[in-house]
Design a binder for this molecule. Sequence first.
Ligand code: 4AD
Ligand code: MG
Length: 505
Amino acid sequence: MWIYINQLADFVGQKVTLKGWVANKRDSKGLAFVTMRDGTGFCQCVLAEEKLAASFEATKFLSQESSFIVSGLVVADEKQIGGFEIQADSFELVHESVDYPITPKEHGVDFLLERRHLWLRSKRQWAIMKIRNATIYAIHNFFQKKDFALMDSPIFTGSAAEGTTDLFKTDYFGQEAYLAQTGQLYGEAMAMAHGKIYTFGPTFRAEKSKTRRHLTEFWMIEPEMAFYDLDMDMDLIEDMLRSVVNEVIERCTPELQILERDIEALKSVNQVFPRISYDEAIAILTGKKEVNGKNAISLLESDLSTTKEKIEAIKAEIIEREIIVNDNVSKKGVKNFNRTLVGQLKAELKDLEEDERNIPQWIASAKNFEHGNDLGGSDETVLTRMFGCPIMVYNWPRKIKAFYMKRVEGNMDYVKGVDVLAPEGYGEIVGGSERETDLAFLLEQIHEEGLSQEDYEWYLDLRRFGSVPHSGFGLGLERLITWICKLKHIREAVPFPRTSQRLKP
Ligand code: 4AD
Ligand code: MG
């Protein structure tokens, strides 16, 4: 019977058939140990000449990524990857893969991105996509349990919502159209029909910036709720992140282990998220306000000296181990062990040296931060460094936020927006706000931004017919996955990334 690797536990002691690809192969006399991957997991298949007789000859075609079918007895074996082994009594080569370009040795990221269609098969990438799948499922789970209706907003749109600078223009039968930067304005209309809705769709921004956090095409989840104010909005965000991350930890423990993710850092979602106003955030960032007796600038300065100490220690260790690798006395196994370690240490060193270069710039940027500006990536890193969990920054200067945000009562230069910043240097993962309901003020904003009133008449109708206080937010799916998986770059959080640098494959 054909089963998948993740069903093996139910078939111990029985004969089954598995279909998949060669992830890895090791030969020894009369034996081939082949790790099969079938998309659900990994399993060692033992192909013995003794059992396979003449067909054993064909195991030599089982090169990396060749596809094959194997039948045999399922044996539980804790030492094996996945905990089981197949003792094959027959196998069939489906297709021989010759000279697979991605080998177990290290490849540069550009090389891998050019071959993204194949790279997706490798273990780390597979684990990330499993986590992406679980994250999407957990998000739907959360909103569906809370009775939110999933509604879809259009992708071709006739108007901007998040500023006009990063719009992708297309020719829509001779008329100018844009790819959606957000579904929010439509979400507001749908919330007036259904009370609580969420959209889940692709979003497009012509971001030229080459950062680790920006894609030109990303997926956004945008709930919108009638009769919610900013505090209720923040409660919902916190509730959602906690629920989604906990569900992913529970469902994806093996995948998080493949990524060597520190799960404790993710469990920080179970702490109460500190809510700090923009003004407080700036005071903390510039070192004028302390958090639990800690000062941002001095904390960074001590981070810098720890980094320098670590760099010296690692450099010394590399020298010591390289001596073993190159001497004439150590055994082959010992040399190999040390060689692998040197590789790991060098990667660690590279990261630390990057920190050593970055931290002084972060300090400078934090010290010189001008009140009224938007937080930059490094400012977010510095700020979240002060807390070990996600934080929410609310009440932002009106000038740096979108036209639809509601003004703060009694302080008209501020709006009721919120950004959620993830810890460990990941920065903004959610942006939301209470929406402005004052028709006259919205009109003023639309004119101030140089937008055409005609394009927004339908949106303004929402303030003309049964207008209610309402709020919502946008969660960047890939930003969340990047943090959950602790990726260095957002491009690994989506199957086929689109950035200003990349459109293919
Ligand atoms: O903060 P943003 O721009 O907010 C909105 O679009 C609102 N209309 C959302 C709402 O209130 N309904 O974007 C929301 C989130 C960001 O916090 C970030 O996680 C993600 O979308 N995001 C990006 N992710 C990847 N690449 C980009 N270029 C992104 N731009 C925004
Ligand atoms: Mg934002």
